[in-house]
Design a protein around this ligand. Structure first.
Ligand code: NIG
Ligand code: FE
Length: 406
């Protein structure tokens, strides 16, 4: 049983404007409060937003510190095998992502690495990354398949994602990214015929899968394929998520909204006409500034999305190609700088709204009595988080009521 923990004297405790909100539209981010406070945690849950006066097994002196919900990373590509550092050098010296992919690099090169690595090697690498994420304050994250590129290897990726979830302190959810790149020997429609058979098999083997994902791009799939994946998700009661408008504008957002997508991710090249409909929809706009900065230089219109009231999320997109970064504070620092976000806007994007995107905001993503005791204590006020770029501000991490990192 998790110990009882008293957190006393926090200078800033982040709270939503009302309890029980599944998400908070970003034009209301200023309503988050950052007031001094105490907390009591018992049996792995938040027991009271006060020092309840009972005996505590552990007391944390949080004077001068911010206490936040643990970060939720709503878009990662864990587990994957190896890295692609050589491609990064090609990229920064002028070779495009699409050209690298067409020459056999990119996603397909990570698929070859995934095939070469045995299960232990994949899990060892992913566990080490999850430990790094925890030290930077991430207490829940999404995993994706997508580096399998064959029927058996995608099933293996989903099994390894579930095994990763069992092996780490964080909460995880799995997304089946079954339309990521075109496997050898298939055209896109032929591969999607296989995907249609694969989904029930994947759900039977890995019941933790809660979403389907698809990559719409000139080197990958089209809006018609997005429709097919959306229909499959609906048929199996799964959320639809999609990689869209990353390197070029394909007008995938209206299609995704029609399909009732849970999220549209990347959006660096979203058509300006699609911002208002997205902001009005119950669909998260997942922004991935690491992939913009390290992959390409289009900038998602975050300010317009926020001002229009979208459900905005910022995530790492941790993957070996476009964003080999697992530290959410660094990615939030990039988001603040590139997009012009306030501290509250950045925090909302990596906590409550991120938890809603992965379907877990009833238990994660905010400091409310009854929610899981996933909390972080910063070494100073929240304003320092983005400002001291590259510094890890996370002084302590409580995950599921256990003090896992100090
Ligand atoms: O989110 N663009 C598609 N998928 C990943 C990149 C995957 C890779 O390059 O390995 C992304 O950017
Ligand atoms: Fe991604």
């Amino acid at each position: 049983m998790a110990p009882s923990i008293a957190i006393r004297g926090a200078a800033q405790l982040l709270r939503p404007p009302a309890d029980g909100l599944p998400y908070l539209r970003h034009d209301r981010a200023a309503e988050l409060t950052l007031a001094p406070g105490d907390l009591t945690l018992r049996a792995g849950a938040i027991a009271a937003l006060a020092d309840d006066g009972g005996d505590a097994d552990v007391a944390i002196d949080a004077r001068g510190c911010a206490v936040l919900p643990g970060f939720v990373d709503a878009h990662t590509h864990l587990p994957f095998a190896d890295w692609r550092a050589r491609e990064y050098e090609q990229k920064v010296t002028g070779v495009g992502y699409e050209q690298i992919a067409r020459e056999g690099g990119g996603i397909r090169s990570s698929a070859r690495a995934f095939a070469r690595a045995n299960d232990d090697a994949v899990l060892d690498q992913a566990r080490a990354l999850a430990a790094e994420m925890l030290a930077w304050g991430t207490t829940a994250f999404e995993c994706k398949s997508g580096y399998g590129l064959s029927r058996a290897a995608e099933l293996r990726a989903l099994r390894l994602a579930a095994a990763l979830g069992d092996a780490v302190p964080q909460q995880t959810v799995s997304t089946a990214l079954l339309a990521h790149a075109l496997p050898d020997g298939f055209d896109a429609d032929g591969w999607l015929d296989v995907v249609a058979e694969l989904v029930p098999e994947a759900l039977a083997q890995s019941p933790g899968v809660r979403a389907l994902d698809v990559y719409v791009e000139s080197i990958a799939f089209t809006n018609d394929h997005l429709r097919r994946v959306g229909a499959l998700a609906a048929r199996h009661g799964l959320d639809l998520r999609c990689h869209v408008e990353q390197f070029a504008t394909h007008r995938s957002v209206p299609v995704a909204l029609e399909l009732g997508a849970r999220s549209v991710d990347h959006l660096a090249c979203i058509d300006p006409a699609d911002v208002a409909p997205l902001a009005a929809a119950e669909c998260a706009a997942v922004l991935l500034p690491g992939a913009e900065f390290l992959g390409d230089e289009h900038v998602a219109p975050a300010r317009a999305l926020i001002d229009a009231g979208a459900i905005v999320v910022v995530a790492t997109d941790a993957n070996p190609g476009t964003s080999p970064v697992v530290a959410l504070p660094i990615v939030l620092g990039l988001a603040v700088r590139r997009y012009g976000l306030t501290a509250r806007e950045a925090l909302l994007a990596a906590t409550l709204n991120a938890a809603w995107t992965i379907g877990r905001s009833a238990e994660l993503g905010s400091i409310e009595a009854g929610k899981r005791a996933d909390l972080i204590v910063l070494d100073g006020p929240v304003e320092q988080l983005a400002y001291r770029f590259g510094h890890n501000p996370v002084a302590a991490v409580i995950c599921g009521g256990e003090l896992v990192h100090v």
